[in-house]
Design a protein around this ligand. Structure first.
Ligand SMILES: Cc1cc2nc3c(=O)[nH]c(=O)nc-3n(C[C@H](O)[C@H](O)[C@H](O)COP(=O)(O)OP(=O)(O)OC[C@H]3O[C@@H](n4cnc5c(N)ncnc54)[C@H](O)[C@@H]3O)c2cc1C
Length: 384
């Protein structure tokens, strides 16, 4: 296997970043990238702000496949599906044949969760989790439409702001009583909702159960029988990590592909990162964990020993790109006992999470309080 390349599966942010980081340390070892996509590199976080920024889908492409080959000294097999892994033989089976590997990196991302809704309109509900989805979505947008977004999480709220700012009438539905339910404590969330409500309607604590076709539009029905009409429906209710390839190969999976703090899966020659990975019990579908994990994997691939005591995941703020009310959140570690303490600021809210020993271990800032991020960040302990 010594002459076999390092093989990376997936050309999203995780796959591309791990190759970039590795190339900073090693310019010679052959690297092959296998991807179902066309092999271009685009900015996924920009998708939910693109309309406001006047960007068309093509403007989100950061590098073409040819530019990546050139910059990263990598062989790219685009439009190629990884179909099975034979860990003992160090072979990856793809839609275009077998590929030997010395180390394999699974950066497979996730797929949008589909709610079990009724009604013939359900088949036309769209989700946007990649550039192709976004091309399809923007192809259906026309000025002044009524748009229903199911899911008031980060992605749902960002799309809502983008659509509202560009002349659409947006209503956001969520079964949770507040937007950003997994990110903000209640008072900060209430402030956030009120700010966004200047241009966006919210139906919170509301479970959509059925979507019917209604001429050129849709009727959404909730569980108390209220109806809501929309020309387009966007589902933003979360993601399911892509674990099938790993599971079928006998690798350990749970919510995601299970990895330890070195990002190794249950097979020491196979690493994972990004939206498909469950690292020490955590699935973190955000940019910063990808950057951290990519650097760590790159160092392992280049046989650089880890710095003793260096965290894999330091405090990692999540920036919510909602210009109507900016928000930044640094969540406390999963399962950490403690309480949020929320304080109003002149035009926002500051929420500090204190653990059971009274130590600050997370924060959520909305409105003008976001400017406190740099001051608070160094005080937050690492996650892992
Ligand atoms: C609209 C939007 C806005 C966001 N904004 C933010 C933000 O502001 N801040 C933040 O921190 N995070 C944000 N995120 C999340 C962040 O963008 C993602 O966590 C990140 O892009 C995931 O990258 P990934 O490489 O793990 O997955 P993906 O981008 O999904 O890439 C997966 C890759 O794997 C390939 N693949 C999968 N299966 C196979 C197979 N069997 N064979 C070959 N190839 C395969 C796919 O084709 C794809 O190339 C946002 C997400 C969305 C959708």
């Amino acid at each position: 296997m010594e002459n076999a390349p390092i093989v990376v599966v997936g050309s999203g942010m995780a796959g591309i970043t791990v190759i970039r980081e590795f190339r900073k340390l090693d310019q010679n070892t052959p690297v092959v990238l296998i991807t179902e996509d066309d092999g271009c590199h685009y900015s996924k976080p920009m998708i939910s702000n693109a309309l406001m920024a006047g960007k068309r889908p093509g403007d989100l492409v950061l590098s073409t496949k040819e530019a990546l080959v050139d910059q990263m000294h990598v062989v790219i097999h685009a439009n190629t599906r990884a179909e099975h892994i034979m860990p003992d033989a160090h072979l990856l089976g793809t839609s275009k044949g077998y590929m030997p590997y010395r180390k394999l990196i699974l950066a497979l991302g996730a797929t949008p969760l589909r709610l079990p809704l009724q009604g013939e309109g359900v088949h036309n509900v769209l989700s946007v989790n990649n550039l192709i989805d976004y091309v399809r979505w923007t192809g259906k947008l026309t000025p002044g439409q009524d748009i229903a977004i199911i899911g008031a999480g980060l992605v749902g709220c960002e799309f809502a702001c983008d659509l509202a700012a560009t002349g659409h009438h947006v209503r956001v539905f969520d079964i949770a009583p507040q937007p950003l339910y997994h990110l903000l404590p209640p008072q900060a969330a209430d402030f956030f909702r009120k700010k966004l409500a200047a241009g966006i309607s919210f139906s919170l604590g509301c479970r959509i159960i059925r979507i019917d076709q209604d001429g050129d539009a849709y009727t959404l029905v909730d569980d108390i029988g209220s109806t809501h009409r929309a020309h387009l429906v966007l589902s933003a209710v979360g993601l399911v990590p892509s674990t099938g390839l790993a599971r079928d190969a006998g690798l350990a999976t749970r919510c995601g592909i299970i990895a330890d703090r070195t990002l190794r899966t249950s097979d020491p020659d196979i690493f994972t990162l990004g939206d498909c990975a469950e690292v020490e019990g955590m699935v973190l579908p955000y940019v910063m964990p990808i950057m951290q994990a990519a650097r760590s994997i790159a160092a392992s691939l280049a046989s650089i020993p880890p710095v003793p005591g260096a965290p894999l995941y330091p405090a990692m703020p999540i920036v919510v790109k909602t210009p109507a009310c900016p928000a930044v959140v640094c969540l406390p570690p999963l399962g950490k006992g403690g309480d949020w303490h929320e304080t109003a600021t002149p035009e926002g809210f500051r929420a500090i999470f204190e653990d059971d020993s009274g130590r600050m271990s997370g924060f959520a800032l909305v409105g003008d309080a976001v400017q406190e991020k740099q001051e608070l960040l160094p005080k937050i302990p690492a996650w892992l």
